[in-house]
Each structure stands twice: as structure tokens, then as C-alpha cells.
Design a protein around this ligand. Sequence first.
Ligand code: UD1
Length: 401
Amino acid sequence: MQGSKNAVLPMMAAAVLSEEPCVIENCPDITDVHAMAEVIQETGAGAVLEGHRLILSGRDVHSGQIEGKKAGEIRASVLLLGALLARTGQACMDYPGGCSIGSRPVNYHLQAFRQMGAEVSEEENCIRCVSRDRLHGASIKLPFPSVGATENILLAAVRADGTTWIQNAAREPEIVEFCGFLKKMGAGIEGEGTSHIVIQGRKKLRGITWKLGTDRIAFLTYAMMVAGCGGDCFFSLGETHPSKEVSILAKLGCELNFEKQGVRVLQKGRPKSIANICTGPYPGFPTDGQSLIMAVLTKSSGISMIEEGVFDNRFRMIHQLHKMGANIDYVSNHACITGVTKLHGADVSADDLRSGAGLLIAGAMADGETIVTKEHFIQRGYEDVVEKMRQISLQASYGAT
Ligand code: UD1
């Protein structure tokens, strides 16, 4: 199973914090990693992906200025603000992009930098952060446990002067893994995985080698194919234990057998309906899994409800599912899915990364041919998705992915 996209992207930003090289093993070969590599290269840093080995070098970082338009294509580019501020005392770049799943402001990030002593100005096409002296520690309370803001504060704080406290920090497993990476580099961090993280700033960080954990959302995507289509498949997960993701599979009626290095997912009949799913910050159900489960529930044996609690524009996929015969009503961020016995193939189009993955699941569950266009969204986060789907469908009884 591929390494975690949302863990590797902040690690790439962290590589500019050290003069020594960092190597990340099990890195997914996906377009978001290539785009982030292009962005960090603009600072003078090195980023080369050799197979699944990502080699990063912060030795020649000379600038906090990112001129190109690439930063505006991915969300994670915003993490370079914290990293470059800490390393060079200035960061200037285009507004970050990423999937349009709702309004994605960066006000929490910028407010935190101000509290740490940076001057921040927002211009029409650019965010500029400058700190004449070394950033200083601060007590920062996030209004919402934002993943990106927590990561950005960590990046700025690990090399700041003094102690930084983050209250209402994000608790996602990717944050915990990212903190493990920073700690191996020599950062002083405590409390990751809780809402209260304490960071002791250091003058220097060292280069390291890190083996990236499994991508829990990619696992969930392929497991949802089994939950929706029926079958029996073993998923190799290494050290990762995606307990939230596994528990939702059980609610869909899957039988789960845990083995040493992973989990076997067995689905015999139609998926079961689920009365109430609400996405939320960890340990809530992940918003990135919402499109995936919605696709599966279209053929469930009853009525299911989904409330999207994180982003305000994540239901566009419903129009595509309607073309395939799904029965879904929605108002604002609440959707009601009445399971049907059959979906039929259709020409559909991805609106973002996870809706694209949801449509792949629906296509696998449907009778006839489904054509999913705008597949570039899917390639942002999934490596060899077609080949993996083929493995699951051909070898449902014995396959390992
Ligand atoms: C990250 C993930 C994304 C996931 C999301 C929530 C990466 C690269 N992306 O995105 O896959 O869906 O976490 O788990 O890791 N907000 C503000 N102001 C801010 C920051 C956030 O209002 O400054 C709001 C957002 O509009 C959103 C909520 O907070 O409603 C959560 O956003 P956040 O956790 O920051 O998501 P990202 O880091 O963008």
C-alpha cells in the first residue's frame, strides 16, 4: 500500500529546515509530490524522487521567494511559509491551491506567524511574511483544529527562540507521524496526538532517513471497493493501524480479520446502510473518506445519512452519482442516500481528488461501462490506481495490494 500523501508533504517542507539531507522511503509517486518538489526547488532546495525514495536537501536554500505559479496549484505549498520563515526570515509566495472542496483560507496560519513575531501582509496574488529576528515562541490557540495550520506552526516553531504552545491542535495520525519525523531531526516536541502540543525551539536540525507509513485514505479507498462490490482481499498495512477506517468497514457489513502485517476485508452481500455519519477532525470520521463511503452507500440495503462537518463544497459528486442511477437528496451539508439495487455505467467527471476516487468505486459497483474524466485530480493522490483496482477485482480471494 502506498505511503501517506498527507504525511509526506509537510516532511518535504521540513527538509528546508536543515542543512543536511533527508531521505524518505516508501514515498508515493503521485503528482502532488512532484508539484511540491518543484515548489521547494525554487528555494534552492533539492528534491529528487528515485522510485519510492525521495531525496531532499536543504543545504543550498537561498531564498524565501517562490516566484512560479506551481505554489498556487497545491495546498501543501503553504507549509513553506512556516519553514522558510524559520530558515531564512522571509517567505513570499502565491496563495496555495489544491482541491476546491470549499473555502480554504489561511488566516489561522498567518495569525500564528504574527504571534511569533513575523510581519505578515497579504497582497492580491501573494502572501509575504518577514521576520527581522529569529521567530519567538508563542501561545497559540487555534479556532479549529486545522491540519495545515498545526503543521505550519510546528515548522515555524521547531527553529524559533523559546517555547510554543499549540492549543486545539489537530490530532490526525499524519500530524503524529510528522512530529515523529521532526523529532528524529532533533526537534523538541511533546503532546502530538493530543490537542495540546508543546514545541521547544532549536537552533539546528539534522538530516535523517524516514520510512513513511501507509496512506490510510488510500487504504480506505481500496477497502471501500471491496465493501461496495463484495469480495475478499488482504491489505498489507505494515505498522499502520487505521482503526477509524476499519471500524467504518465493519459498519458496512464487512468481516475483518487482522493478521500480522495487515487486514483481510471480506464482504459477502450488499453493504449495510449507516444511519448517521458525520465527518470531523480526528478522531471523527475523515472528510477525505466522505466521497468514498457515499459511493458505497448508494447500493446499501437501506437509508443512510451523511453530514459533512469540515468543508462546505464536498457534495458535488452527487450530481455525477445521479447519472449512474443513485438516489441521493441533499440540503446544505446533509445528504440522505437511499440504497438502490443497481447502478449503471455513465460518463462522469471528477471534481476533486476524493470525489474522483468515489466515482472509481461507483464505477466498479455499476453494471456496464463508466468513464471517469478529469483523472488528473485522482493522480494527485493515488499511485497506479487502475492497476490496483485490477488486482483487487481479479484476485479478490487471494490478492495483496
Ligand atoms: C488537510 C488535508 C486534507 C484534509 C483536511 C482535513 C493535506 C495536504 N490536506 O487539508 O486532505 O481533507 O486536512 O482533514 O494534508 N480553516 C480556516 N482557516 C485556516 C485553516 C483552515 O478557516 O487558516 C478551515 C478550513 O476552511 C476547513 C477547516 O478549517 O473548513 C479544516 O481545514 P484544514 O484542517 O486546515 O485542512 P487542510 O490542512 O487544508
